[in-house]
Design a protein around this ligand. Structure first.
Ligand code: IPE
Ligand code: IPE
Ligand code: MG
Length: 249
């Protein structure tokens, strides 16, 4: 039985977030430049999106480029930005065909103009799609997002648009890039590291964490299905007892 068939279709996670790590090591293993790893990583992104779409996952958030990644060698950053322009342009027709809507979270203003233009085109073109929503976290870090939210809240309190007493968890969520999107049910990290690298810190408060040694360019549709099956075998208690969750004494 394939992994897809083993998934309980009645309990599909609504939102899967992925830290796509290991491109550089994948390339290094075969004596190639890190950029080759990023190129292969794009094929893995395609497989992850197709997998999420096939499994009818409503939201897939992909950590594509972090605030901290700006500190990488200039050449690598340039290569990544160029690859992004290419990939976004190449993939847009297929995304539309698969009814996939694309959104972006992060400090987009820091991206080069051609990258922003390619993204804008993709966002506009796919905005009519009603299937899986893919959220690209680009020039994103959670601390950046939370800092921005705090500044925006402070400005709205100062201008009188918001009463400080009305600040609660729901309101804070509405000042984040992920506004209106349910928190991730699973956070997947490939590449074998056990850390969250400044990704969705607020939103993953109760996510199930799934770590795999597989390097991102090796990630397959089946890898995603395996993670979903693993998730479905866990008991999410949200602070309650197992008995409360199962309803059994
Ligand atoms: C993830 O792969 C891609 C980005 C962070 C842009 P890495 O480039 O971090 O690959 P490793 O971790 O060095 O193998
Ligand atoms: C996390 O990978 C960021 C992305 C996948 C875009 P990194 O490779 O940058 O993470 P660290 O710095 O090793 O934690
Ligand atoms: Mg890495």
């Amino acid at each position: 039985m394939s992994y897809l068939d083993q998934i309980d279709k009645g309990r599909i996670p609504k939102h899967i977030a992925v830290i796509m790590d290991g491109n550089g090591r994948w390339a290094k293993k075969q004596n190639l430049d890190r950029t080759f790893g990023h190129k292969e990583g794009i094929a893995a992104v395609r497989r992850a999106i197709e997998g999420a779409s096939r499994a009818q996952v409503a939201y897939l958030t992909l950590y594509t480029f972090s605030t901290e990644n700006w500190k990488r060698p200039e050449e690598e950053v340039k290569a990544l930005m160029a690859l992004m322009v290419q990939a976004v342009a190449n993939e847009t027709p297929e995304l539309v065909k698969n009814n996939v809507r694309v959104k972006v979270i992060g400090d987009i203003d820091r991206l080069p103009e051609d990258t922003r233009n390619a993204l804008d085109y993709c966002l506009k073109t796919t905005s009519v799609c009603t299937g899986t929503t893919v959220i690209l976290a680009l020039s994103y870090s959670s601390k950046w997002e939370l800092t921005k939210a705090m500044k925006d809240i402070a400005a709205d309190v100062k201008s009188g648009q918001l009463d400080a007493n009305d600040i609660n968890e729901t309101l804070i969520g509405s000042y984040l890039g992920t506004k209106g999107i349910p928190d991730p049910d699973i956070l997947i990290r490939t590449g074998g590291e056990f850390r969250v690298s400044n990704f969705l810190l607020w939103q993953i408060a109760y996510s199930e964490l799934y770590f795999t040694d597989e390097l991102w360019p090796d990630f397959k549709e089946e890898s995603l299905y395996k993670a979903i099956i693993d998730f479905q075998n866990r008991e999410r208690r949200f602070g309650k007892t197992s008995e409360q969750i199962s309803g059994k004494p």
